[in-house]
Design a protein around this ligand. Structure first.
Ligand SMILES: NC(=O)c1ccc[n+]([C@@H]2O[C@H](COP(=O)([O-])OP(=O)(O)OC[C@H]3O[C@@H](n4cnc5c(N)ncnc54)[C@H](OP(=O)(O)O)[C@@H]3O)[C@@H](O)[C@H]2O)c1
Length: 251
């Protein structure tokens, strides 16, 4: 896939899945605005990407409307427009319902739902001009219920359905799609694993969770994002693509 001349903003690109999405777009010729929650994490990522001419720093807190707007503005000002928005920034923590407090609820809703919506709102006028598209990162936990991560499931289910509604509202100008990964080897699941009484057993449980019996790599998610963002997917909008080793196919 070629993205030469395409202007891309990836939120939460300082680490993990977002970093790999940014790396792959750059490799395919795109210019990429790299977002993370702070300047330090973004600068470190840009240094690692090592493609100064194709990258621009767009740090900002996606958990606030002001942070979303300034992030999108930085990308548009740097590139003179925008072709692709990838809403990847996200937080995820597992807790039984009784232990979920207001701070946890707010943190999940602010970044995973509110931030995603307001990045879209800020980017849509430019995406209409360029005939661009949006790819949202949800989760397999947005397609089914998973006990122990109820709040996360709520936000990711919201991303799936919000993507559909948005796709209808801004068609035919802008396409909106969604990718639903299963477990992916990033800090998000490694941090959770470390906190478990038996980390090795927990890791094995995650491997066994998918019918294909492994954890995904970040590039496997990036390839799906790039397909949906590409012209090859020009008749696709409002869809959710599960990259989950078969987990949501059924029992
Ligand atoms: N890993 C999985 O198993 C998995 C499975 C399904 C879906 N997902 C989804 O995939 C996406 C990426 O997950 P990941 O595993 O790559 O996570 P990760 O390794 O924890 O990285 C999270 C990224 O999001 C950024 N971020 C978090 N809060 C932010 C905020 N308030 N403002 C701006 N950026 C913020 C982080 O930036 P800083 O480092 O700068 O804070 C970082 O770049 C998330 O939406 C997640 O829910 C992950």
């Amino acid at each position: 896939m070629y993205f030469t001349g395409k202007r891309v903003l990836v939120t939460g690109a300082s680490r993990g899945i977002g970093f790999e999405i940014a790396r792959n777009f750059i490799q395919a010729g795109a210019q990429v605005a790299v977002n993370g929650s702070n300047e330090k994490s973004v600068d470190a990522a840009i240094k690692e990407l090592n493609k100064a001419k194709q990258t621009v720093a767009a740090p900002g807190n996606i958990g606030t409307v002001a942070g979303c707007e300034s992030t999108v503005r930085k990308a548009i000002e740097a590139f003179g427009g925008l072709d692709i928005l990838v809403n990847n920034a996200g937080v995820g923590a597992g807790r039984p319902i009784a232990d979920c407090d207001e701070a946890m609820w707010d943190a999940h809703c602010d970044v995973n739902l509110k931030g995603l919506f307001f990045c879209c709102r800020a980017a849509i006028p430019e995406l209409r001009k360029s005939g661009g598209n949006i790819v949202n990162i949800a989760s397999d936990a947005g397609l089914m219920g998973v006990p122990g991560i109820t709040v996360y499931c709520g936000t990711k289910g919201g991303v799936v359905n919000m993507s559909r509604a948005m796709a209808l509202e801004i068609a035919p100008d802008v396409r909106v799609n969604c990718v639903c990964p299963g477990y992916v080897d990033t800090d998000m699941i490694r941090t959770t694993t470390k906190k478990k009484p038996d980390p090795e057993a927990y890791w094995q449980k995650m491997i066994d969770y998918a019918p294909l019996k492994r954890i995904a790599s970040t590039d496997e998610i990036a390839y799906a994002v790039m397909y949906l963002a590409s012209d090859n997917a020009r008749f696709i909008t409002g869809t959710s693509l599960a990259i989950d080793g078969g987990t949501t196919a059924g029992k």
